[in-house]
Design a protein around this ligand. Structure first.
Ligand code: SF4
Length: 175
């Protein structure tokens, strides 16, 4: 956060949010809070929403009524929400220390961090390392991930499950 007294968001400037069109999901959905419930039997995560706006939220005094669905659409958050659930599904696996003796600075952690937080480097890794000669990806998927960050991030989630925990995925097969 910023080094000011209120520790404000570093993207906050005099005129408002400086990254408004690319703001994160939690900012889009405010004043709704998001949480994830994991259904053990269905092996699936799903999102829940809580509405407890803080006093400074002026929107709560407006007359217009929103549902979670209409608010999600209005804030163009549908895809963000979908990706948040997929991320939560992966994040759940980190509840147990996945690094073992390597620790959080080891190769597994570096790979996991790159594939989920540094999409440009992950694309470079996929296309400019031996990755595609070691793993077989569907050709349509290869085309999609070359240009589409969302598709690449989804592959990143699957890759981390496979690389860190050895969880088989339909998209990545050994050659
Ligand atoms: S909307 Fe989100 S990203 Fe933008 S200034 Fe506010 S907290 Fe920061």
């Amino acid at each position: 956060m910023s080094e000011d007294g209120e520790k404000t968001c570093p993207f906050l400037i005099e005129s408002g949010c400086s990254v408004y069109s690319d703001r994160p999901d939690t900012c889009r959905m405010f004043p709704l809070e998001q949480g994830i419930i994991y259904d053990v039997q269905k092996n699936k995560s799903r999102m829940i929403h809580l509405f407890r706006p803080p006093d400074f939220c002026l929107g709560q005094h407006e007359n217009k009524t929103w549902t979670t669905q209409t608010w999600t659409q209005d804030q163009k958050s549908v895809l963000y929400t979908k990706m948040t659930v997929q991320w939560a599904d992966l994040k759940r696996l980190f509840l147990v220390d996945p690094w073992g003796q390597e620790g959080p600075q080891g190769p597994k952690a570096k790979m996991a961090f790159m594939a989920t937080y540094n999409i440009d480097r992950f694309r470079d890794f996929v296309f400019n390392s031996s990755f595609l000669s070691r793993y077989k990806l569907n050709s349509a998927l290869v085309k999609r991930i070359r240009l589409n960050d969302v598709e690449l991030l989804k592959l990143g989630f699957e890759w981390v499950k496979f690389f860190v925990w050895g969880i088989k995925t339909p998209s990545i097969r050994m050659r």
